[in-house]
Write a protein that binds this ligand. Structure first.
Ligand SMILES: Nc1ncnc2c1ncn2[C@@H]1O[C@H](COP(=O)(O)OP(=O)(O)OP(=O)(O)O)[C@@H](O)[C@H]1O
Length: 327
C-alpha cells in the first residue's frame, strides 16, 4: 500500500549574517546557506490494513516524512508510492485515497462552523450532497460531533477540535490515514475515545494507518508494528515485542513464597546474566529476568528451589523505558 525507497529531504536555510548593524537585513541578503538533512535514505513498506507507529525524538524527521508521503513536500531524492501512485505527480488520485491529520494544526476553517468546513471539503473531494450528508451523519454519530456541529472551530475545546479534524480526514472515506500526533494535549478520556475509534476503523474497516506520536501508550495500544527514526535515519522496524527484546530491559518477576525464602545468592549469582536477584522483602522476592537468555519457566524453576511459591507476578519493562533507552 505504501512504499518508501531511499527517501531523503534536505532543507536549505540562510546562515545568519555576522553581528553588526542591519544584521536582520544582511541575513536576508546573505548568499551563504546551511543544509539540514531532515530525512536520510529511509526505506520501508506498509501493507494494507497495517497500523504502524512512526516514532522518534523531537526533530527526528517524522513530520517531514509524513509530509513527503502526503505529497505536501517534495523529496530531495528517493521515491514514495501510495498504492502505486506518486503523491506529488498523481496528487488528485492520491488525495482521494488519503486522509491526513496534523494534531498541532487544524485543517478546518477557524471562523466557520464545523459543518461548513465539511461542506467545503466535500465539494473539494467531489462528494455529492446525498453521500456527504450520509457520511457526515455517520461520522457525527461515531465521533460524537453533534453538540458542536454548528459551532465555529475557534470555539471548540481541543478534544472536540481533534474529533472534528479526524472526521474531516475521514470524510471522503480514504483507505490510508496519516496521523501526526492525533492525541497531543488531550486528557485521558479524550485520548481513549480517539484511540478506540482509530482501533475500530483499523480492525473493522481495514484502514491502513501510519501514526506519529510522542505518547507511547498510543503506540502500545494501537500499533502492531513500530518504525523508529532518529536524526533522519531508521533505527528499528519491527513489532513492539521485538523492540523490547532488542533493547533487552529485564522482565521483573515477583515471587511470593509461603514462608520467607532462604536467601538464594549462590545459584542466582551463577546465572546473573539471565536472572538477577533485585530485592527480598519478607516473603516476596523480586528478580530481574533477561528473557533472551532464560525463559520464564526456567526462571521459575530456579526460584522454586528457595521455598514453596504461593504467587507469581511478572512485569514487562515499561514501553516508555524501552523507548527512552533507544533515543
Ligand atoms: N521547513 C523547514 N526548514 C528548515 N528546516 C526544517 C524545516 N522543517 C523541518 N526542518 C528541520 O528538519 C528536522 C526534522 O524536523 P521534523 O519536523 O520532521 O521533526 P519531527 O520528528 O516531526 O519532530 P517533532 O517530534 O519535534 O515534531 C528538524 O531539525 C527541523 O528543524
Amino acid at each position: 500500500m505504501i512504499t518508501v525507497h531511499q527517501l531523503s529531504k534536505s532543507f536549505r536555510s540562510p546562515l545568519p549574517a555576522p553581528e553588526g548593524p542591519f544584521r536582520g537585513l544582511r541575513t536576508l541578503m546573505s548568499r551563504q546557506y546551511t543544509e539540514k538533512e531532515a530525512v536520510r535514505g529511509v526505506n520501508f513498506s506498509i501493507a494494507p490494513g497495517e497500523f504502524v507507529g512512526y516514532i522518534g525524538p523531537n526533530g527526528a524527521g517524522k513530520s517531514t516524512t509524513i509530509k513527503m508521503l502526503a505529497g505536501i513536500l517534495h523529496p530531495t531524492s528517493g521515491e514514495v508510492r501510495i498504492d502505486g501512485l506518486n503523491p506529488h505527480r498523481d496528487r488528485r488520485q492520491v488525495a482521494r485515497r488519503l486522509g491526513v491529520l496534523f494534531g498541532q494544526r487544524t485543517q478546518l476553517w477557524w471562523d466557520l462552523p464545523v459543518r461548513d468546513s465539511y461542506d467545503i471539503l466535500a465539494a473539494m473531494y467531489g462528494i455529492d450532497a446525498e453521500r456527504k450528508d450520509a457520511r457526515i451523519n455517520e461520522l457525527a454519530d461515531l465521533l460524537q460531533l453533534g453538540e458542536f456541529m454548528d459551532t465555529p472551530v475557534r470555539k471548540l475545546s481541543l478534544g472536540q477540535r481533534m474529533r472534528a479534524d479526524l472526521a474531516a480526514a475521514l470524510l471522503h472515506d480514504p483507505d490510508v490515514l496519516f496521523l501526526d500526533e492525533p492525541t497531543i494535549g488531550l486528557d485521558v478520556v479524550a485520548k481513549r475515545s480517539i484511540r478506540e475509534y482509530l482501533h475500530s476503523i483499523n480492525i473493522e474497516l481495514g484502514k491502513t494507518v501510519l501514526l506519529t506520536t510522542h505518547d507511547m501508550d498510543d503506540i502500545e495500544q494501537l500499533c502492531s508494528r513500530v518504525i523508529v527514526i532518529n536524526r533522519g535515519t531508521l533505527g528499528f522496524d519491527g513489532t513492539i515485542d521485538e523492540l523490547r527484546r532488542r533493547i533487552g530491559l529485564p522482565t521483573l518477576i515477583r515471587v511470593t513464597y509461603r514462608q520467607a525464602p532462604v536467601l538464594p545468592s549462590a545459584e542466582i549469582n551463577e546465572n546473573a546474566t539471565s536472572l538477577r536477584l533485585a530485592e527480598v522483602d519478607g516473603r516476596t522476592l523480586t528478580a530481574e529476568c533477561n528473557r533472551e537468555a532464560i525463559s520464564a519457566m526456567e526462571a521459575l524453576r530456579l526460584l522454586e528451589q528457595y521455598g514453596d511459591i504461593e504467587d507469581v507476578h511478572m512485569e514487562e519493562p515499561h514501553f516508555e523505558d524501552v523507548i527512552h533507552t533507544l533515543y
